[in-house]
Design a protein around this ligand. Structure first.
Ligand code: ZN
Length: 299
């Protein structure tokens, strides 16, 4: 497990799952075979599996140790949760909590769980099953989430016709946190812990937030699902099939990438395959991953 240091903050990736995910042609509503093929030389094999046509996808949390606070950004899919029609998330039994402990952190030590948005693969470990009840996995944590996202998914969970996996996700992974009075709702920009700023990054979900880290001038941006795969760096106009508002998602993605370039910030999304994070450069009218920048910084 390789840590990264952003200023004084130690960042560790906690893996839940890693492997081939959705076929690229199904995942991107704007998919075009020729445009995608033109990026193939750098995508495969790390980010794309040509033989299956599938995107390589990680599902992970980012663990931040600031010296004064221990923070988990996103909480993956969770164990023992019924997710009808979604085999990658259904009734899992992963070693996620063991991996957190191996990284040197007990669930009791987490001070904040940052929910970038309330999708099935971001809130799962918010709760765990204890004697038939869903209880907070991180008993001493405040769970920070967007008011907008909460209200949207709460309404979706009550709406007749919503897919069962979405209803279950709210009811077993978000509602128990609210009922335990451990949810902290935010709107707009919000500073935390002296080094974090939460910023709205809507579109993928109505209230998605990104988490900007600045420690001694070193920066990283935890991007949630503003983008899923590195191909969306050059092809930033491409959304995922799970984006709620395509235009807004595209706008937030562009702002995020432009901010990464301008600030020299390390982009740390929730689903990039190894090496899981990237610096971004602007080349002409497109964005690209900047491995030189990474090497120069000795990471
Ligand atoms: Zn996701």
């Amino acid at each position: 497990m390789q840590d990264r240091h952003i200023g004084d903050v130690r960042v560790t990736r906690i893996e839940e799952q890693m492997g081939p995910g959705f076929p690229a042609k199904d995942f991107f509503p704007e998919f075009d075979a020729d445009t995608f093929a033109a990026e193939g030389h750098w995508l495969a094999p790390s980010y794309y599996q040509p033989e299956s046509g599938r995107l390589m996808t990680s599902i992970h949390s980012w663990l931040l140790r600031t010296g004064s606070h221990t923070i988990l950004v996103d909480a993956c899919s969770g164990n023992h949760k019924p997710r009808p029609g979604m085999p990658r998330f259904d009734m899992l039994n992963t070693q996620y909590l063991d991996r957190l402990r191996e990284a040197g952190v007990q669930p009791e030590e987490i001070d904040f769980v940052m929910c970038t948005h309330l999708h099935v693969d971001h809130v799962g470990w918010n709760t765990r099953l204890e004697n038939g009840k869903w209880v907070p996995t991180f008993p001493n944590a405040k769970y920070v989430m967007s008011r907008t996202d909460h209200d949207f998914w709460e309404a979706e969970a009550k709406r007749p016709g919503t897919e069962a996996f979405k209803v279950n996700t709210y009811n077993d992974s978000v509602l128990p946190i609210v009922e335990a009075k451990k949810a902290e709702f935010v709107t707009g920009e919000h500073g935390m812990c002296g080094c974090l700023t939460l910023k709205p990054a809507p579109g993928h979900t109505p209230g998605q937030i990104r988490v900007d880290l600045d420690s001694r001038g070193k920066r990283a941006i935890f991007a949630g699902d503003a983008l899923h795969n590195p191909v969306q760096v050059p092809l930033w106009k491409w959304n995922s099939c799970f984006c709620e508002d395509l235009d807004l998602a595209r706008k937030s993605r562009h702002t995020l990438l432009a901010d990464c370039v301008e600030q020299g910030a390390l982009l740390m999304p929730a689903h990039f395959a190894p090496p899981h994070a990237a610096y971004i450069k602007e080349k002409g009218d497109r964005f690209e991953l900047d491995w030189d920048y990474d090497n120069k910084r000795g990471r």
